[in-house]
Design a protein around this ligand. Structure first.
Ligand SMILES: [Zn+2]
Length: 472
């Protein structure tokens, strides 16, 4: 008798590790991915109930938190009841770690059962440590393989992974998914001096068909290739998938990547804490990231009250694991901003979607003269302008008690006469003004002047605090 590829009658679900659909099949689990949402919600509810009960029994962190909030597994009678559970802030995870080092009291397995230790880099505070159990790691592979299948990757593909192999989970997650799917994986890495140039040569020799990294790095790789006289299209990537930055979901950046490489640009990614982090991911039709709700359950919420918002709303994703035994996250606040829709997608999946991706972080938003501004909006505007040289920085200063927005942007090679540069500056000023509602000062510098990043680009410098320090 043929066994089912997944058994959801138990928690956590049991996957058949040998299952791979025939290559021509669009969906990995068509019965789940294309189910009427109401039917799938029943499955999600079963998984969620198992997850919540498990966390209640195993994690002092959740038991304490939920008791304080007056909820328990018995509170969860329908999927909507999840909203009665308090959200988890990242700062609480750090506190849990300090209280109970190194993993925190949200760890639900014995430390000896941890198969992998990962973490965040700690650029915005103390690093966070993650312990991932062996079974969880296998389930992460199952989820990623299925979602990468949805993005169009098949066992015949060769995936070049051009990002850090370190505590950063992005690269490892792509590697694990690629291996489970049966593709050839090529963990090239990034970050070593001279490595980008080597990446060009290796890509020419190895002929990978898929690329994983950050959008900034892909564009950096393309520039490096061109400097060597290599057309990035000749590297042969028929699809490129991304996480770590919002770029792949920004329309102009997406278009630029697709034109540059001649391959499909697929946006993915939630948060490091939320492995499998691909539970937000576009399908091969690239209509915005699907929320793969039976992998990780995502509510788009009001950023202040954390109450779920209806389709069409802008809000903040709040994530809940459904099959995580090591460090489950139940209602983890992302701090990101997005808009969600339940409009259909040509792929036939009935998952909700984020048609504009994740376009900002609530923290990244800055206010200039009363206007809310997201770095992504500046990037989108500049990349759509002919003559833009590829990189930019935003500097916010305060002069005579007025905020000023300075955009330092590169002009492309060839935009070299004073006239042409003046015209380009004017176009940039006008389009940024129309998009942002603020008059920016535009300063042009030659292409290649602003440092490229091999990882996540930080493009905004807010000088106003400096101003406050010096001008009293
Ligand atoms: Zn789709």
């Amino acid at each position: 008798m043929k066994s089912a590829p997944v058994d959801c009658s138990v928690w956590p679900p049991r996957y058949d590790a040998r299952y791979v659909p025939p290559p021509e099949q669009e969906h990995w689990f068509p019965d789940i991915e294309c189910a009427p949402p109401r039917d799938r919600d029943a499955l999600i509810f079963r998984k969620l109930s198992g997850q919540v009960r498990y966390a209640w029994e195993r994690s002092p962190f959740y038991r304490r938190k939920w008791q304080e909030a007056g909820v328990s597994p018995g509170t969860l009678k329908t999927l909507d009841d999840l909203s009665k559970f308090p959200v988890v802030q990242k700062s609480e995870l750090r506190e849990a770690q300090e209280r109970c080092p190194p993993f925190g009291d949200n760890l639900c397995i014995q430390p000896t059962e941890i198969a992998r230790v990962h973490g965040t880099s700690g650029t915005t505070g103390k690093p966070t440590v993650f312990g991932v159990g062996r079974d969880d790691w296998e389930r992460i592979g199952e989820a990623h393989a299925r979602i990468m299948w949805g993005a169009g990757i098949r066992p015949r593909d060769r995936i070049m992974i051009c990002s850090f192999f370190s505590l950063y989970v992005g690269s490892w997650g792509a590697l694990k998914g690629g291996e489970r799917l049966g593709a050839t994986v090529f963990p090239f890495g990034a970050g070593v001096s001279g490595q980008t140039l080597m990446a060009v040569q290796w890509a020419l020799d190895l002929e990978p068909t898929a690329f994983y990294g950050t959008p900034s790095y892909a564009l950096h790789l393309a520039e490096t290739a061109r400097r060597e006289g290599v057309d990035p299209r000749s590297l042969g990537f028929r699809m490129l998938f991304f996480s770590g930055e919002p770029g792949a979901g920004i329309p102009a950046t997406k278009q630029l990547i697709e034109e540059t490489f001649g391959g499909a640009c697929v946006d993915m990614g939630t948060m490091a804490e939320m492995m499998p982090w691909m539970s937000n991911a576009e399908c091969r039709h690239r209509t915005g990231m699907h929320l793969w709700q039976d992998v990780v359950y995502t509510q788009v919420c009001d950023p202040h009250t954390c109450a779920p918002l209806p389709a069409g709303s802008e809000g903040m994703p709040v994530y809940t694991h459904l099959e995580r035994t090591s460090q489950p996250m139940i209602r983890l606040v992302s701090g990101d901003l997005t808009r969600w829709t339940d409009d259909p997608c040509p792929c036939g999946r009935t998952y909700p979607r984020l048609p504009n991706g994740i376009y900002g972080r609530i923290d990244d938003m800055f206010i200039v003269r009363g206007e809310n501004i997201y770095p992504g909006a500046i990037e989108d505007t500049l990349r759509a302008i002919d003559g833009f040289g590829g990189e930019f920085r935003v500097i916010i200063t305060r002069r005579e008690a007025m905020d000023e927005l300075l955009v330092r942007a590169e002009h492309a090679r060839g935009v070299d006469t004073a006239d042409a540069q003046e015209r380009l500056k004017k176009t940039m000023r006008e389009r940024l003004r129309a998009r942002l509602g603020v008059h920016p000062i535009v300063e042009l510098v030659p292409e290649g002047t602003i440092p490229r990043t091999e990882f996540k680009a930080r493009r905004v410098l807010d000088d106003r605090d400096l101003y406050r320090t010096f001008v009293r």
